[in-house]
Design a protein around this ligand. Structure first.
Ligand SMILES: Nc1ncnc2c1ncn2[C@@H]1O[C@H](COP(=O)(O)OP(=O)(O)O)[C@@H](O)[C@H]1O
Ligand SMILES: C=C(OP(=O)(O)O)C(=O)O
Ligand SMILES: [K+]
Ligand SMILES: [Mg+2]
Length: 717
């Protein structure tokens, strides 16, 4: 039986000591200790995850010559010639080479693009500085302006190999100010000054100290944006247009008018038709299109504008624009319920059958907090939009809301962005405040997927410097937490709804655990061991065939710890753990499944009641990277969710999935054409990455894929 199952290729490769020492033990089979570097099942690897008929069992150690990993000159030459076959950007490549893969940045960075950063060179500087996603805010600028930004980002990606994703953020129908008139990018309101907020559509210059409001219910509802409309003629000073036409009717004399959640505060002193005269009580900077809320007797006034749709008619036009431009993400402002997200997702699906635009729910209102879980489940990701959130709930509740949203998103496997005011002072100053650095580090410590710059990159004085601060603080804090080994364990509930998905989930959880070097519980079954004793005799290893029926599912199981390989395959009907190949004192890696399904099988067939826990597992495994081959990105996301201790190289066949994965924690997305044959995929990847100096022989890699449900642990040949 054993001879039938075990095939060894010439073991010419001498593995680095670290891997040898971990797998060697006096009881280990000799043959295996010679070439533990590569784990390679032959019949186990199948392109058909649904096939359960063949018993995948043969586990083979590979070698440098003539093996599937193609150490011979021809294969290598072909691979070198094919270097362009893998798409990765220069920044990632340089980072990998300089720092080695363990210390690449895990936290992703989103930059809002505005007048300060819309040029090609400026965009390139941001890409070089680590921008993963460019956000365009439809509150500002014209569609033509945004189209030009999108074109430039595209060109950057095409010409320089970046995968900068584009996120379009809707305006929403909350109340906000209009433009400040002319080329004014900001205006300062001083204490005691009288400003006019107006709902008038100014064709001609606004009168002095008048503000036009873009919301017709402005004077009636709570959220008032000061509209920054493109006026033909400059607005007069101290005049602000409001986008909500009801504004002048909704507000009352004595109300507090908060700009941008309180960055500037006014008191309503007089209403004159469409104009509302306000006295500045907290001076500050008025930014175009800043959000407006009004408060009465200490509470947020939510009147007619609470009935405004989440997606306004203008937003629908912007969404159409986003779909036709093929943006990667659409972020929806002021989401109140999951329904609106589902509605939008079905609209996108109907409008663009083959596009996969992800919908991000911005959590920035009281309603969104109330329906948080349902909203996150319905969305493809969420944003902690602290700017408006802080205007709707007491400021001191924002940190706990942030933590809750970040945690919930990770549990539900949705990327989460922490946004607004991370480096607010850098709009004006070249260095951040200490408090801002502490705020960034808290978001990094919470393991948010991404951090976002708004005004800092859109219209600030120091966009690149702000990005550098974001990047270097993220890197430093990530490193510190890794060194401290103080990762807070988070319970990750099972999220899959189908059997196949639950296996993917288990595989990802297991792979991530292996990386962490945490001890895993491995179960050795007494009676099985006895059987092995008998069967083994002088044999170095024994292969057993176990096929057990559990609740009408056939189960087979395959392990070859010596090769540090484990896999399983399944279809709808059968959980398929083929033959068990194990030596005495076997070490199993990454098999939580083993402890659940398999043991149940073993218990019933071998009538085992007592189980010994064996645990000389992935301790100090020091895995350098996880490789995941994923077509849809799902397995990459599941791995990212585990926040493993090493980076995740996500290989995907489409550029759109590559860009989308760029938002998620720890993922380094590559575009690569790969097949269903994992052997050749790995072979090709190793050659391509080695040729570019991004990995080296001996690096320890765990590979998983969504085509073959497997986990492989191997040293790069
Ligand atoms: N496309 C744009 N055109 C002009 N100004 C912009 C643009 N995008 C952003 N800005 C400026 O950057 C500031 C911060 O951006 P952001 O936080 O996205 O918007 P908001 O302040 O409206 O929430 C805006 O207030 C605006 O002054
Ligand atoms: C990100 C936010 O949304 P916007 O910048 O569009 O107001 C926020 O409110 O924090
Ligand atoms: K917005
Ligand atoms: Mg907002």
């Amino acid at each position: 039986m054993a001879s039938q199952a075990l095939h060894f290729l010439n073991p010419t490769y001498s593995a680095p000591n670290r891997s040898l020492s971990r797998v060697s033990s006096p009881s280990k089979p000799l043959l295996l200790a010679q070439s533990p570097r590569l784990v390679r099942p032959i019949s186990a690897i199948s392109s058909d995850i649904d096939s359960s008929s063949s018993s995948p069992s043969v586990l083979i150690s590979g070698n440098g010559k003539g093996g599937i990993f193609g150490g011979d000159g021809t294969a290598a030459a072909a691979a070198v010639a094919d270097v362009s076959g893998i798409e990765v950007d220069a920044v990632t490549e340089a980072e990998l080479k300089e720092n080695g893969f363990r210390s690449t940045r895990r936290t992703k960075l989103v930059c809002t693009i505005g007048p300060a950063t819309c040029g090609f060179e400026q965009l390139e500087a941001l890409a070089v500085g680590g921008m993963n996603v460019a956000r365009i805010n439809m509150c500002h600028g014209t569609r033509d302006w945004h189209r030009r930004v999108i074109e430039r980002v595209r060109r950057l990606n095409e010409e320089k190999g970046y995968a900068v994703a584009i996120m379009m953020d809707t305006e929403g129908s909350e109340i906000h100010m209009g433009d400040l008139g002319g080329a004014a990018s900001a205006a300062r309101a001083e204490d005691g000054e009288i400003w006019t907020f107006s709902v008038r559509a100014f064709d001609s210059p606004l009168p002095e100290q008048t503000i036009n409001v873009n919301y017709e219910g402005f004077a009636e509802g709570p959220h008032i944006y000061i509209f920054v409309r493109a006026f033909d003629s400059p607005l007069p000073e101290q005049t602000i247009n409001v986008n909500y036409e009801g504004f002048a009717e909704d507000v009352k004399v004595g109300d507090d008018l908060l700009v941008d959640g309180g960055m500037v505060r006014f008191e309503v002193i007089e209403k004159i038709g469409p104009d509302v005269k306000c006295r500045c009580t907290d001076p500050g900077l008025l930014l175009p299109r800043a959000n407006l809320t009004f408060w009465r007797d200490g509470s947020l006034v939510r009147e007619r504008n609470a009935m405004l749709p989440t997606i306004s008619s203008k937003d629908w036009l912007d969404i159409d624009f986003g779909i036709s431009e093929g943006v990667d993400f659409i972020a929806i402002s002021f989401v109140k319920s999951a329904e609106v997200i589902r509605h939008l997702k079905s609209y996108i699906a109907a409008r663009s059958r083959d596009s996969d635009i992800a919908v991000i729910a911005k959590i920035e209102s009281v309603d969104s907090l109330k329906n948080l879980e349902e909203i996150i489940r319905a969305s493809d990701g969420a944003m902690v939009a602290r700017g408006d959130l802080g205007a709707q709930i007491p400021l001191e509740q924002v940190p706990s809301a942030q933590q809750k949203i970040v945690q919930l998103c990770r549990q539900l496997d949705r990327p989460v962005i922490v946004a607004s005011q991370l480096l607010e002072s850098m709009i004006e100053y070249p260095t951040p405040t200490r408090a801002e650095v502490a705020d960034i580090s808290e978001a990094v410590r919470q393991r948010a997927d991404a951090l976002m710059l708004s005004g800092e990159s859109a219209m600030g004085q120091y966009p690149e410097k702000a990005l550098t601060v974001l990047r270097s603080v993220s890197l430093r804090i990530e490193k510190w937490w890794r060194e401290e080994k103080r990762q807070e364990a988070m319970v990750l509930p099972e999220i899959s709804s189908s059997f196949a998905d639950s296996i993917s989930e288990e595989i990802c959880n297991s792979a991530a655990k292996m990386v962490k070097g945490m001890k895993m519980e491995v179960q050795k079954i007494h009676s099985l061991e006895k059987t092995l004793d008998v069967l083994a005799q002088d044999l170095a290893k024994v292969q057993l065939m176990i096929s057990v029926e559990v609740e009408s599912n056939f189960c087979n199981f395959s392990i070859a710890s010596e090769f540090r390989f484990a896999y399983l395959k399944s279809d709808k009907l059968r959980l398929n753990f083929g033959k068990v190949t194990m030596g005495l004192g076997t070490t199993l890696y990454g098999l939580r499944l083993c402890s659940t399904h398999v043991l149940e099988c073993l218990r019933s067939s071998w009538l085992v009641s007592s189980i010994v826990i064996e645990a000389h597992l992935a301790d100090n495994l020091e895995v350098d990277a996880i490789f995941v081959y994923t077509k849809t990105g799902q397995m990459a996301s599941l791995l990212s969710r585990c926040r493993p201790d090493c980076p995740i190289f996500a290989f995907t066949t489409t550029t759109s999935v590559r860009r989308r994965l760029n938002l998620q924690w720890g993922l380094i997305p590559f575009r690569l054409n790969f097949s269903d044959d994992m052997e050749s995929n790995l072979n090709r990847t190793f050659s391509l990455l080695k040729a570019r100096g991004m990995i080296q022989s001996g690096d320890l890699v765990i590979a998983v894929s969504d085509m073959l449900q497997s986990i492989q642990v191997m040293n790069v040949p």
